[in-house]
Design a protein around this ligand. Sequence first.
Ligand code: NAG
Ligand code: NAG
Ligand code: NAG
Ligand code: NAG
Ligand code: NAG
Ligand code: NAG
Ligand code: NAG
Length: 449
Amino acid sequence: MRARGERDEFVFKDSSLGLLRLLCFLILFVTGIIIGLTSSSHVDRYFTSQPDNFYMNYASAAPAPSYGSSSSKTATFDHDCSTNLISCKKDDCLNMESFRMPKNLSHQMTDNELFWRASMVPNKPEYPFDRVPKVAFMFLTRGPLPLMMLWERFFRGQDENKYSIYVHTNPGVHLNVTNSSVFYNRQIPSQHFFLLNASVSFQDVKWGSVKLVDAEKRLLGNALLDFSNERFVLLSESCIPVYNFPTIYKYLIGSTYSFLDSYDDPSRYGRGRYSRRMKPEIKLRDWRKGSQWFEIHRTLAVKIVSDTKYYNLFKSYCLPSCYPDEHYLPTFVNMFHGSLNANRTVTYVNWSLGGPHPASFGADDVTEKLIYLIRNNGTSCYYNNRKTSVCFLFARKFSESALAPLLGLASTVCFGIDGTGFSQDFQEHVSWSSGNLGNTFDPNNRKQM
Ligand SMILES: *[C@@H]1O[C@H](CO)[C@@H](O)[C@H](O)[C@H]1NC(C)=O
Ligand SMILES: *[C@@H]1O[C@H](CO)[C@@H](O)[C@H](O)[C@H]1NC(C)=O
Ligand SMILES: *[C@@H]1O[C@H](CO)[C@@H](O)[C@H](O)[C@H]1NC(C)=O
Ligand SMILES: *[C@@H]1O[C@H](CO)[C@@H](O)[C@H](O)[C@H]1NC(C)=O
Ligand SMILES: *[C@@H]1O[C@H](CO)[C@@H](O)[C@H](O)[C@H]1NC(C)=O
Ligand SMILES: *[C@@H]1O[C@H](CO)[C@@H](O)[C@H](O)[C@H]1NC(C)=O
Ligand SMILES: *[C@@H]1O[C@H](CO)[C@@H](O)[C@H](O)[C@H]1NC(C)=O
């Protein structure tokens, strides 16, 4: 009651004062007209005569209208954080540099916050900066990268505007690299991503492999924050590149499609892992399988970090012996974004041994011939709807012992990681180069098939 009385007192004590109310209204109205007339003719003088503080608040709230000469003051405020006119923490200023490419990869965002931010897509087709499309190399690893030196070699001397590197390790693992390494400060924050042990392969982790999907999405989310990243390659600690950087860059950036393995496996290792509890959202005919080591375009990456509904279905119902990392993306992309996908992977792996694990390459296996076999094992595939023998850009699984022989090959003509010797290989095998339009069958290829 008391509160109400106070309020009444503040406004009008008595309704009989209606006449006074009308008078007040008239006075206010006339005053308004006078102020309006004054400010429209002397707006510059009126505003600039106010204290700076007021002006700044006003300008930051509504910088749009132009006030002639005084607008230069607004411009300084908008574009220069270091101005002394107001105290502004540098971190809090709108800064194009850090918005389009965060330099510090450590942040405090939760996955939910990260994915929300990463899902932003510019509506304006032109960029207000010189955008060189980049390939984001995303390493999903438990501990330190055993083949790091090979990758260092791969990136050495390459244009830094064309690639970016992201590393997701188990929590508590810190990459110990010097500030001259391309991996320096490229580790992203990991959350509750536990794998048993370095000797346990991904397939062995029977429980909670949705955490692998989480880590993949987290890598994608972080990499998407850089607006120049155009293609996103997921690599394991045992992956190697089988071409040099310029070739891989050209192949990926020039591709119309994303490379995400997605196929229908009617066996119990494929359809057998489907759970009817995913109905009606996911039907058996939607169900796909595929290797998790993808290479995708930005458009698809945004779709993936934006999905919650289907991710949650997999989290709830794709339980052992169903592996979310082998089914979630292949199924989700098949259902909604199939037309963006080449449905194949560009990461070679040798399954010819049979069994649940692919063959692993150690020191004794690494030869020139092996690299050539991986580059062209006689099968062909499609690149931008044209047949080619260049199907694989990366290969796994190489053990740590393979590092020394691989480094040896890197400097020889054969490996081509240093760029030498590639042109010969290029002429022989590559039918996807722009000069070869319409030529779907390269005689060299046919000979080798
Ligand atoms: C990056 O940001 C974190 C906080 O998110 C901070 O602790 C760290 O010092 C920053 N690193 C650099 C190099 O600025
Ligand atoms: C990091 O590497 C340097 C040189 O390789 C070594 O001296 C140092 O002990 C390492 N630090 C850690 C924490 O492993
Ligand atoms: C790298 O580290 C060395 C010493 O640890 C330091 O002298 C050098 O200035 C650093 N370089 C950069 C670019 O930070
Ligand atoms: C890790 O692997 C080693 C050797 O394979 C094994 O002895 C150990 O028990 C494993 N640790 C865990 C937590 O499984
Ligand atoms: C990949 O599969 C989808 C169906 O999921 C299909 O629509 C698409 O055409 C296929 N892509 C290519 C390049 O054949
Ligand atoms: C794949 O593994 C099989 C069996 O070990 C082997 O015969 C074949 O040469 C391997 N392929 C490549 C490209 O290494
Ligand atoms: C070439 O490699 C692919 C992918 O591993 C495999 O499916 C295919 O059978 C291989 N072809 C030959 C002739 O080894």
